[in-house]
Design a protein around this ligand. Structure first.
Ligand code: NAI
Length: 477
């Protein structure tokens, strides 16, 4: 007889594992199916985020940031060090330890919450059955029954024909986190979040990095005032960013890769030691869904869902990167919680209007809500307030004076519509803006909230005051 559950979750990434834990918290008998194995061949939870995405990239971003600070910025503090060197294998080993600690942590959480981990490839057969092909052994197949199924199968990098991956010289974001030495020259296709973060890691460690981006505008989903500042800062750091370019072809030549690309109707060639393709991601459906199920997939490859993550098959939900919305771990996790609560009969929802975004470069870029260009094009009246970190005492003390906070409020109601931060600790500072917006705060609410001194958060306070041109620590012209 088939094993039977209240809920079976397909996928053990931040959307799936969070959904599974919340389900068991609510008393639902739950299993989570995942087929991921690590380099040692051991089954691991945590999906792309923990194993080959957010966490390992942040580990390398942090290591490379420490190195760059030591090399170039400590002298400004009056701290002199001798010759600094990088041990990439040691850096990678540290990254692996962090990944292992966190993925084992999910295993512990599963045990503590009594989530059953089914190690295999899950395939939706119909609205109440999942076929599992075991990771180990002979790939045995079994079928489990479930009253509710949650698809959380994640996403994978998009390949481009002009630069087929070879696993050594041309790699995707996973391969780019595995380099055991610093490539002298590094090409990156795509100047999005992944391209900029990985480009920053290897530039800081010594690579000469060139980014080839198809769009004419830099970071077009970011507030363009912030994007323009970021573009200049990245250029000054030495990231060679080419906008409006198309990679036409690549070929292996000598010890590296020759990239042929078109920029404003002219063809160019460059040689690089390594090339990273970071041209976006697509839902990871592969054969997760048997064709006989009547599950609708949208044109872009997303599983079609309504606002409550219900698919077109009754009792089957889909969450995370496999469905519409930004491909962000925290968005998937919140969907997982909301779906678990709905299955348990509670009312729950995700506020898609207020999802923070962060690009973990230096300076960091973080934002929530609308950009100025979005408000302009939809004709919503607004006012903006700005405050530069150069005028913030704590930023001066930290030698982190680049960047600013920009706050946008409705011109009539004063409700905060968007907050955009470029600067040190932007990823942490944005949380205050998210909370304020979640409670429909006005700029005046933030302006009247006491902020500790001296902290970077005062820049947010001052930006709120600046909506009415009454910021204290800058001239209000
Ligand atoms: P992305 O969509 O952010 O950026 C890819 C870029 O590649 C785009 O700007 C696109 O115009 C460009 N592109 C596509 N094809 C191209 C071509 N043939 N030649 C030149 N340029 C080309 O995708 P990315 O950076 O790969 O990230 C994937 C997903 O993962 C995104 O949804 C992102 O939000 C998420 N992510 C988020 C992170 C964060 O929040 N910090 C970090 C890493 C990824």
């Amino acid at each position: 007889m088939n094993k039977s559950y209240d809920v079976v979750v397909i996928g053990g990434g931040p959307a799936g594992y969070v959904a599974a834990i919340r389900c068991t918290q609510l008393g639902l008998h739950t299993a989570c199916v995942d087929d991921r194995v690590n380099a040692k061949g051991e089954p691991v939870l945590g999906g792309c985020c923990l194993n080959i995405g957010c966490i390992p990239s942040k580990a390398l971003l942090d290591s490379s940031e420490q190195y760059e600070k030591l090399e170039h910025r400590f002298a400004g503090h009056g701290i002199n060090v001798g010759k600094v060197s990088v041990d990439v294998p040691a850096m990678q080993a540290r990254k692996e330890r962090i990944v292992e600690r966190l993925t084992k942590g999910i295993e512990t959480l599963f045990r503590a919450n009594k989530v059953e981990w089914l190690q295999g490839y899950g395939r939706l057969i119909d609205g109440s059955h999942v076929e599992i092909t075991a990771v180990s052994g002979n790939g045995d197949k079994s079928v489990v029954e479930a009253s509710h199924i949650i698809l959380a199968c994640g996403s994978q990098p998009i390949d481009i024909d002009a630069a087929p991956l070879d696993g050594t010289h041309i790699v995707d974001s996973t391969g780019a986190l595995e380099f055991q030495e610093v490539p002298a020259t590094l090409g990156i296709v795509g100047a999005g979040a992944i391209g900029l973060e990985l480009g920053s890691v290897w530039r800081r460690l010594g690579s000469k990095v060139v980014l080839l981006e198809a769009m004419e505008d830099f970071l077009c989903i970011v507030d363009q005032q912030v994007a323009k500042q970021a573009y200049k800062m990245f250029k000054d750091q030495g990231l060679d960013i080419h906008l409006g370019t198309r990679v036409v072809s690549t070929r292996k030549e000598g010890k590296g890769i020759t990239i042929c690309y078109r920029e404003r109707d002219t063809e160019h060639e460059i040689q690089v030691a390594r090339l990273i393709v970071a041209a976006g991601r697509r839902p990871n459906l592969n054969s997760t869904i048997a064709p006989e199920t009547e599950l609708v997939v949208d044109e872009g490859g997303d599983i079609h869902v309504d606002e409550f993550c219900r698919t077109t098959v009754p009792n089957v939900y889909a969450i995370g990167d496999a469905v519409r919305g930004p491909m962000l771990a925290h968005k998937g996790s919140e969907e997982g919680i909301a779906v678990a609560e709905m299955i348990a009969g509670q009312k729950s929802q995700v506020n898609y209007e207020i999802i923070p975004n962060v690009i973990y470069t230096l300076p960091e870029i973080a934002w929530v809500g609308h950009t100025e260009q979005e408000l302009k094009s939809s004709g919503i009246p607004y006012r903006t307030g700005h405050f530069p970190f150069a005028a913030n005492g704590r930023a001066q003390a930290m030698e982190e004076t680049t960047g600013m906070v920009k706050l946008i409020a409705h011109a009539d109601t004063d409700q905060i519509l968007g907050v955009h931060i470029i600067g040190a600790c932007a990823s942490e500072l944005i949380a205050e803006a998210v909370l304020a917006m979640e409670y429909s705060a006005s700029a005046e609410d933030l302006a009247r909230t006491v902020h500790a001194h001296p902290t970077l958060s005062e820049a947010l306070h001052e930006a709120a005051l600046d909506i009415d041109r009454r910021a204290i620590h800058k001239a209000n012209l």
